[in-house]
Design a protein around this ligand. Sequence first.
Ligand code: ATP
Ligand code: MG
Length: 149
Amino acid sequence: MITRKTEDTIALGEKLGKLLNRGDVIALKGDLAGGKTTFTKGIGKALNIREVINSPTFTILKIYKGDQALYHIDAYRLENNEYDLGIDEYEDEGIMVIEWPEYYRNHLPGQYLEVNFTYIDDESRQIDFVAQGERYEKLAEVMNVDTMH
Ligand SMILES: Nc1ncnc2c1ncn2[C@@H]1O[C@H](COP(=O)(O)OP(=O)(O)OP(=O)(O)O)[C@@H](O)[C@H]1O
Ligand SMILES: [Mg+2]
């Protein structure tokens, strides 16, 4: 679907956040400034995280505490260095959101929900959900229903 302003992308993230369970893994792919971090703010809102969610340039992993723990990974700076953040074993302890999962490929679980962000213009972004694995099919289907417009 298409969101036409920042707040709509936050609202979409919030919608997903409300549907997530402990152990869920979300991979946010796509254009620079596509809205991946903005969307993560919405997930944080749903989890009642009070801290501001952002992506400082040199921070690769940040753990936020809310109703559930949120592991926010921005793999952009890892590029293809295969760096191990050492958090695979914590996957079941919270919700994992990974920006630039192409740079964290070796650590992705077998199943996850992929979200694709496309920059359309200043204010519009296309956002599509793809289930990677059966576990996420229902969630992708629900998330692809346009409730924004
Ligand atoms: N419809 C929209 N959805 C999301 N962000 C929008 C929208 N319209 C404008 N923006 C703006 O675009 C920017 C998106 O930045 P954001 O950091 O979320 O992107 P990103 O995908 O995380 O980028 P990066 O790849 O650098 O991590 C923000 O400044 C946001 O306010
Ligand atoms: Mg980002």
